[in-house]
Design a protein around this ligand. Structure first.
Ligand code: PLP
Length: 423
């Protein structure tokens, strides 16, 4: 029964029960952490063969590049072919780079700040600038843009992606709005996948800034949890069809495919954007780590190799997602005090609690031994106006620990809600 329909006396009884349940959980003395979306050790083990895939006697790429030497700023062609196929991008429009796609996002924004863009050579740093942040979203996107001097403007997200009518209204008249963050598939943290219709609207909307960018961070595009899975949009073709070929910068990496600290990152864009990016990149690099790229190439073999590898990840992490969802269902369904996403891919579940209680839930959980991402982290400046959103990252801990953490979390959600309803 929904808690809001209970009498005060009934709520008080429930509060006593909730306090007991919480104390029982806290007394177990567990130390659990469901904060960051990292792969588990078992997931990292799936890529063990990477570490021996290149030796000094065997370090020439299929097209004859000695990967130990300087050069090849674009990254190894054969690896770009594989990921180009997976991300639906022609090989000449995708670069393979270092271990972090976040670095590529930082570089792209920094180049625009310092040098302007192919369309407009006015450096963005010469004027005030703003960026649209769909919420809930990824805290590092917000922190990166804030650090580069962008004002962060929020728009809501739903199951089909960002609220495009809100976006269209903002960007139509304000030339200082230079971009929008989009995590198109299995977004961090809700797991939502953008619909083709929304994507088309973002790509053809009129923008006051002639060099507006959609920062299409496809970090989870290959991370399906279930079959059949969503289809990857050919976003560069859609942008071209819309008459705005330069609007999209697409990013991805193998961080959560192979080794999160030692993967390969990718940027894909129009030919004009790619030569712009390479020109500025070349001032600071003679080429990426091609030894690591050759390791990845040999480890996967081809695009089907990547798909087969991702299926192994799904086998490992699906039970953890299912454990969280089934615990939340069992403990909180019908209570009217919480909702949660049940994503088909990616790394996160979003838990929405009674407005005004997210920070209390996080504090209660910490005191009972369950570390959660701080309340507000899913919003620009760390401020969730409803104080209601909590991000759950189930991949890293063991299945047993994830199940225990979800149980503890549910006890905290119930206790915080009852405290609030009786306050
Ligand atoms: N983009 C999103 C949406 C993420 O969730 C993450 C990591 O959590 C990253 C990018 C980081 O990617 P990388 O390791 O390639 O820098």
């Amino acid at each position: 029964m929904a808690l809001k329909d209970l009498s005060t006396a009934e709520l008080e009884t429930q509060l006593t029960d909730a306090r007991d349940a919480y104390a029982k959980f806290a007394n177990r003395g567990l130390l659990l952490d469901i904060t960051r979306g990292k792969p588990s050790p078992e997931q990292l083990d799936l890529s063990a063969d990477l570490l021996t895939a290149v030796t000094n006697d065997d370090c020439i790429s299929p097209s004859g590049v000695d990967v130990r030497n300087y050069g090849g700023l674009e990254g190894l062609r054969e690896l770009r072919e594989i990921f180009g196929e997976l991300f639906r991008v022609p090989v000449d429009q995708i670069l393979a780079q270092g271990n972090a796609s976040l670095t590529l996002m930082q570089q792209a924004l920094t180049f625009a700040l310092l040098h302007g863009t192919p369309e407009l050579d006015t450096p963005w740093a010469t004027h005030s600038r703003r960026i649209v942040c769909p919420v809930p979203g990824y805290d590092r996107h917000f922190a990166l843009a804030e650090e580069l001097g962008f004002e962060l403007i929020t728009v809501p997200m739903d199951d089909e992606g960002p609220d495009v009518s809100a976006v269209r209204e903002l960007v139509a008249t304000d030339p200082t709005i230079k971009g929008i963050w989009v995590v198109p598939m299995y977004s961090n943290p809700t797991g939502a996948t953008i619909s083709e219709e929304r994507a088309r609207l973002l790509l053809d909307m009129p923008t006051a800034a002639p060099d507006f960018r959609v920062l299409w961070d496809n970090a989870y595009g290959l991370h399906h949890l279930r079959e059949p899975h969503g289809q990857m949009l050919d976003v560069l073709a859609l942008a071209e069809e819309a008459g705005n070929p330069n609007r999209v910068l697409q990013f991805a990496s193998t961080s959560k495919i192979t080794h999160a600290g030692a993967g390969v990152s990718f940027i894909a864009a129009s030919p004009e954007n790619i030569s712009w990016f390479l020109k500025h990149l070349g001032a600071g690099s003679i080429g990426p780590d091609k030894i690591n790229q050759l390791r990845h190439l040999r480890f996967f073999g081809d695009a089907a190799g990547v798909v087969a590898h991702m299926a192994k990840h799904a086998e490992l992490i699906r039970p953890k997602f299912d454990a969280v969802i089934s615990t939340l269902e069992a403990q909180l369904a019908g209570s009217g005090i919480a909702g949660w996403t049940n994503p088909d891919g990616g790394y996160f579940i979003t838990l929405t609690v009674l407005p005004g209680t997210a920070d209390r839930v996080v504090k209660l959980a910490a005191e009972a031994g369950v570390k959660l991402t701080p309340a507000g982290a899913t919003h620009p400046y760390g401020l969730d106006p409803d104080n209601a959103v909590i991000r759950i990252a189930p991949t890293m801990p063991s299945l047993e620990d994830v199940s225990a953490a979800a149980e503890g979390l549910a006890a905290c959600v119930r206790l915080a809600a009852l405290e609030k309803l009786l306050a």
